[in-house]
Design a protein around this ligand. Structure first.
Ligand code: SF4
Length: 440
């Protein structure tokens, strides 16, 4: 017969005896989400979790969702089902933009244990300490108006290039967009803290930083939701330019009305800021831009492109464009097509408009049929392909600097020139994470 231990009256295990738990992540959506997942993962590893691949068996699964994805709901359900088949006892946590927008809906997905809204995402460690597997999911979320803090984050999968989040949220009211409802008001890191992170990244061997945010050009509003700009994006890039060890910067995306002449001139004269811009246009028709509540007209966009190309003829320019927005008749689409055709841009990211709950665009008529949306998407993607071919051919024969990434894929390696031309070549270890002169 076994005697009960006199010194252990309760069924508790001491922290030192606790089994290490494992966690696996899955990210949907944009670079901002990837940088945040990467930070969440490092936080939990510090808390004693072992990181696993999403297809492995883990104790906790975290899905970082996106609200821009057309079928966020379907994707989320499928992922939870996959987890349940593989590891029915594991904890499932859903966070990210979709979790902020539809917490109740997500909590009703069988198998979900915890839904974390925008304010609670970075408190995941303490939530996991208290979480137990139960019949219903716990929701920890608040109204987006109350979300004000800023959490810096960066991705560190491959040390070659990192996405550093310096800004979050957006104060604009584009009529198709749910991001302000999912991420809250515009707020930023301080320049001092961004520089600290940049130094840390340089010390860990990172060569290229991609500055990331929701509305990057609006950088500088304080984390307490202070509407005034305390610092500016122009000041930020001037300071970053001086950081020893970081050899390249890219600006992930910047609104045309916030891309000032001084920023363009600075990039043209900087050795570290790469000749590469990504500037959302969304439509080449002023009528549609008005319906979208964008803050510029196509003439301003053309001026920005012209100045960039005058100062940096070799500069790559990427464009976001939406097709099938309500009210986009044949004439408006033709205007967009012709405008993009005439512009000296290098590639397009084409999005097909899809209806989003609680957006003003839902009130605009007439809607464009799914078939036309699809056709328009196809024709702009063809245009993008031709633009990219042309841009690459223009630089054929030139020697440009390529930063090669560290991983080998089927015997090959990849890298980008300063002006964002992708180079693929047989893997050579000595080129991994190095800048190499390359004849295109
Ligand atoms: S600028 Fe417009 S499209 Fe971009 S995040 Fe803000 S509201 Fe959305």
């Amino acid at each position: 017969m076994q005697e009960a231990s006199p010194i252990q009256p309760f069924n508790v295990s001491l922290p030192a005896m606790e089994k290490r738990r494992s966690v696996a992540f899955h990210t949907l959506g944009c670079k901002l989400n990837f940088s945040e997942t990467s930070t969440l993962s490092r936080m939990l590893e510090k808390d004693g979790f072992d990181k696993k691949e999403f297809d492995d068996t883990a104790d906790v699964y975290v899905i970082n969702t996106c609200s821009v994805t057309d079928n966020a709901d379907k994707e989320c359900r499928q992922l939870v089902r996959r987890i349940q088949r593989r590891a029915p006892e594991s904890m499932v946590v859903i966070t990210g933009c979709y979790a902020q927008l539809k917490p109740k809906e997500i909590s009703e997905i069988p198998g979900v244990d915890l839904v974390l809204g925008a304010a609670e995402k970075f408190n995941i460690g303490s939530h996991l300490r208290e979480l137990t597997k139960g019949n219903s999911a716990k929701i920890s979320s608040c109204d987006i108006e109350e979300v004000s803090g800023f959490n810096a984050s960066y991705s560190l999968n491959d040390r070659t290039r990192t996405f550093l989040k310096v800004q979050d949220g957006c104060d604009y009211t584009c009529s198709f967009c749910t991001i302000p409802m999912a991420r809250g008001k515009s707020r930023s890191d301080s320049i001092e803290n961004v520089l600290r992170n940049a130094h840390e990244l340089a010390a860990s061997g990172v060569k290229e930083i991609v500055l990331t945010g929701v509305n990057l050009g609006d950088f500088g509003k304080g984390p307490d939701g202070n509407k005034k700009h305390e610092e500016s994006f122009f000041h930020l890039i001037q300071e970053l330019d001086k950081v020893e060890g970081i050899e390249r910067y890219r600006i992930s995306s910047i609104e045309p009305n916030l891309l000032t002449n001084e920023i363009i001139e600075f990039v043209a004269n900087s050795r570290k800021f790469m000749p590469h811009f990504h500037i959302p246009l969304q439509s080449g028709s002023n009528k549609i831009l008005g319906l979208m509540r964008r803050r510029y007209k196509r003439e301003l966009y053309a001026e920005r492109v012209a100045l960039i190309k005058t100062l940096m003829p070799h500069c790559a320019i990427g464009v976001d464009v939406i097709v099938g927005f309500p009210g986009e008749d044949e004439e408006s689409f033709k205007e967009t097509f012709d405008f993009l055709h005439s512009l000296e841009v290098s590639y397009l990211h084409v999005f097909t408009y899809s209806e989003r709950a609680n957006t003003h665009a839902l009130d605009i008529q007439p809607v464009v049929s799914p078939h036309l949306r699809h056709e328009r998407n196809k024709s702009l993607r063809n245009l993008s392909y031709m633009k990219m071919q042309y841009f690459t051919a223009q630089h054929g024969g030139e020697t440009r600097k390529v930063l090669f990434e560290g991983h080998e894929k089927e015997g090959m390696m990849e890298g980008y020139t300063d002006n964002y031309i992708r180079i693929t070549t047989p893997f050579r270890q000595e080129w991994a994470n190095e800048i190499v002169d390359w004849k295109i």
